[in-house]
Design a binder for this molecule. Structure first.
Ligand SMILES: Nc1nc2c(ncn2[C@@H]2O[C@H](COP(=O)(O)OP(=O)(O)OP(=O)(O)O)[C@@H](O)[C@H]2O)c(=O)[nH]1
Ligand SMILES: [Zn+2]
Length: 292
């Protein structure tokens, strides 16, 4: 018996990495009965024979799991957002942040294409400060001026990472900076197949700098489908840390009096735009709920 991690799953086979070796494994028959589906990223106990083929005996408890792409035990999501082309959209960034936080994954923020937004550098340095104050790691990057490799090396080491961000922000460019042959396979399934982009592909974790990076971008759906309005505050760290000081238990930080969150907005401790996004997302979730 040995312990390892699934780094790839294709048509019923799980590829388990353990001590630098790869094992081609099948799941135990009872998994199907118990509705256990091993996922890429899972830590598993497995049995194997001399030819590196084996059976997964046990799937260890997960820290978290994503549905799209299907990966377990993700340590961090690097949210890539460009300063220009496509133009920076703070609402979209906060939407990604909430989704990442709600999946119990640590977000990291990369602003790209600072070279085409040079005149606006101050604006992005302000955003960097704002998000750092909340507790996030934030990098301002441009292919022309930054050493992507050394920055990525610092973040990827010993971690399982998913890269997220809308189309065209520079996700592939980042990973190409490390090794062109390991690039994220974004957008490579042609529309002529008539299928969704990520539906037919398998997922794989690629070894990079002692860590593993998903070859498929995360958080392709930006809907708050599984989120309840009352838990939203937990995914805004600066609201989460203040909500115990609100006068009313169950304060939603909307119209309630003596709300510590609204006070912090007034005092400039929480930025107006983050609070506005909280309100907007809250209303979005509420109106969605009302429809059912
Ligand atoms: N000027 C400038 N262009 C950049 C930078 N980073 C990426 N680009 C360009 O932006 C375009 C999109 O970059 P990609 O890396 O393909 O973006 P992506 O996020 O992988 O996009 P999808 O594959 O659609 O998800 C390419 O033409 C890149 O050359 C940058 O820092 N500065
Ligand atoms: Zn409140």
């Amino acid at each position: 018996m040995a312990k390892g991690r699934i780094i790839k799953a294709i048509s019923g086979f799980y590829y388990v990495q353990a001590d630098g070796d790869m094992y081609q494994c099948k799941g135990r028959g009872v998994f199907r009965k118990k509705k256990i589906t091993p996922l890429v990223g899972d830590v598993v106990t497995f049995d194997f024979s001399g030819d590196n083929e084996g059976y997964i005996l046990e799937v260890h408890e997960r820290d978290n799991e994503l549905i799209r792409p299907p990966i377990a035990n993700i340590d961090q999501a690097i949210i890539v957002t460009s300063a220009m082309k496509p133009a920076f959209n703070a609402t979209l960034l906060d939407r990604f942040l909430v989704l990442v936080e709600s999946n119990l994954i640590k977000p990291v923020i990369f602003f790209t294409k600072l070279d085409v937004a040079e005149q606006e550098r101050d604006r992005f340095e302000k955003y960097q400060k704002d998000y750092q104050k909340i507790g996030y790691d934030v990098e301002l990057l441009s292919v022309k001026h930054s050493d992507h490799t050394s920055i990525l090396k610092r973040y990827l080491k010993d971690k399982i990472t998913v890269i997220a961000g809308q189309s065209g922000v520079g996700k592939t460019t980042l990973l190409n900076a490390i090794d062109p042959s390991l690039a994220l396979k974004t957008g490579e399934i042609s529309d002529s197949l008539g299928r969704g982009r990520h539906t037919t592909r398998h997922v794989e974790l690629l070894p990079m700098f002692g860590g593993l990076v998903a070859d498929t971008p995360g958080f392709s759906s930006l809907e708050f489908q599984d989120l309840g309005a009352s838990e939203l505050a937990d995914y805004f760290p600066e609201i989460r840390e203040r909500k115990a000081n609100c006068k009313f238990r169950g304060c939603m930080h909307m119209k309630e009096p003596k709300c510590a969150v609204k006070q912090a907005v007034e005092d400039g401790e929480i930025t107006d735009y983050r609070y506005d996004h909280y309100v907007r997302f809250y209303e979005e979730i509420k109106s969605r709920k009302a429809r059912y």
